[in-house]
Design a protein around this ligand. Structure first.
Ligand code: ZN
Length: 475
């Protein structure tokens, strides 16, 4: 098995992944909040996580991938009420669109995709444990807050204390009850929100009265439920480091009496800028996969553009990068086509074997350098450079499996890549010959048609018949 290394936000170091249990890597990814179509900034993170999983699988690990669906929070409730729709119907609609987009990007579906609204009992149970252990308290209005001062290690992921010293931010003891907040201070945060008129008919009964869970709680409860014995990788966008992930750690570690560390490796993908700025609808730089497809670029091209930069660095996306991505993919597809034609194999069947783990040997020649880069903190740009260098040297049939293992790890659906044939002017006499052949064929004069076919071939041309006519191709 090949060692795979990732930068761990918790230690601020690159660390080899050593699973808690044998060969199995538990991987929890904070999923989408389903109130609108995910934009390319969201997909930058989801795609980085997809490559992460694919690299681990290609290295021989079995990955249990859990990605939640946030189907209740401030935004989903507000939007569904605005549109006059039931929350479940509203979130189901956007969940389906998210799944369809993931498929177009050729992302592997997580084995477990829990919804927040289907795990209310687990969330209530976690709050009860936290109250019992003195880490949480109910307020007069029936909300429940996590007591940050009860957890000495609060801030260990985001290095909150150091940042506070640096920014000299005043300590703020007012509890926070919104799902999203950004201030760099340790304030008690809400885990159970008492029912408010703005919640409409969205509420559940609890020991503290009617209400709903806070956003941070769902990931804690669902990660503990599904990966409690495989707390290996937890991942999300860098903006989730604080407060979301910090709060998840606090809730989870305190609820189990500090018996378990809530995930060993925290991996964060950086932001995406578009034309040098944060994406926003008002700046007209807000894109979804549909917007890019409408410009003539299939999702695989967008996938290439969004993943080929270092995942821990902010990338600046511009429409110009799509042209370069397209031509890089054409080179990869041509090379794949050549290898497959030589071997008499189909791309789909080779990739299927790889996905099933049939080729887990460590024979990477002539792509050893590319694989090494991919397994070292997912250096995709470096890996692509090494792939193109190796292709230039025109390797033989031995390249087939290692090359397609890399294509699997990078997740490119090469069948989406369109290779445009260069337009060739057909000489007039060839056009006349071909027309005569077509006419003979229509008249069922097979002998003449065959003779004209041979004449065309001798001149280096071939007629490709359609129902209503023919195209000409150079031999
Ligand atoms: Zn989360």
């Amino acid at each position: 098995m090949k060692q795979v290394t990732f930068h761990n936000t918790l230690s601020r170091k690159a660390e080899p992944i050593v699973p808690t249990k044998g060969n199995v890597v538990g991987m929890y990814c904070c999923g989408p909040t389903v109130y609108a179509q995910a934009h390319i900034g969201n997909f930058r993170t989801f795609l980085a996580q997809d490559v992460m999983r694919r690299v681990l699988q290609t290295a021989g690990y079995k990955v249990i991938h859990v990605r939640n669906i946030t189907d209740v929070d401030d935004k989903t409730i507000a939007r569904s009420i605005e549109e006059g729709r039931q929350l479940t119907e509203f979130t189901e609609h956007w969940t389906q669109i998210f799944h369809a987009d993931c498929e177009r990007f050729n992302m592997l579906a997580p084995q477990i995709e829990p919804k927040a609204t289907e795990h209310i009992a687990e969330q209530i149970a976690m709050i009860e444990q936290l109250i019992q252990r003195g880490h949480a308290y109910a307020s007069d209005d029936g909300s429940v807050y996590f007591r940050v001062s009860s957890f000495d290690e609060y801030g260990k992921l985001s290095r909150l204390k150091e940042r506070q010293l640096l920014t000299d931010a005043p300590a703020n003891d007012t509890p926070v009850d919104s799902d999203e907040y950004t201030r760099d201070s340790a304030a008690d945060f809400v885990m159970w929100k008492s029912r408010k008129p703005t919640d409409g008919d969205v509420y559940w009964d609890s020991p503290w009265g009617q209400g709903r869970p806070g956003w941070h709680l769902e990931c804690s409860a669902m990660a503990m439920k599904y990966l409690g014995n495989n707390l290996d990788i937890h991942s999300g966008g860098v903006d989730l480091t604080f407060p979301h992930h910090e709060n998840e750690i606090a809730q989870s570690e305190c609820s189990c009496g500090h018996e378990k560390k809530f995930f060993k490796y925290w991996i964060h993908a950086a932001h995406l800028l578009v034309d040098g700025q944060k994406m926003s609808k008002s700046l007209d730089n807000f894109y979804t996969v549909d917007d890019i497809a409408a410009k003539g670029y299939p999702p695989v091209v967008l996938r290439y553009a969004l993943t080929s930069g270092a995942y821990r660095q902010t990338i600046n996306f511009t429409l110009d990068t799509l042209g370069a991505a397209q031509s890089a993919l054409v080179r990869l597809k041509k090379f794949s086509d050549e290898l497959l034609a030589e071997a008499g194999l189909k791309r789909a069947s080779v990739l299927k074997e790889i996905a099933k783990g049939k080729h887990l040997h460590d024979d990477w020649d002539p792509f050893a350098d590319a694989w090494k880069k991919l397994t070292h903190d997912m250096n995709i740009a470096g890996a692509l450079g090494a792939i193109f260098t190796a292709i230039k040297a025109k390797p033989g049939p031995e390249a087939l499996i290692p090359f397609h293992k890399l294509i699997f790890a990078l997740g490119y659906d090469l069948d989406q890549v369109v290779i445009e044939k260069p337009k060739v002017d057909v000489p007039e006499d060839i056009k006349i010959l071909a027309q005569k052949r077509w006419d003979a064929k229509q008249a069922k004069d097979w002998a003449t048609a065959d003779a004209l076919r041979d004449e065309l071939a001798a001149a280096g041309w071939k007629a490709l018949d359609r129902k209503d006519g023919f195209d000409l191709e150079q031999l």
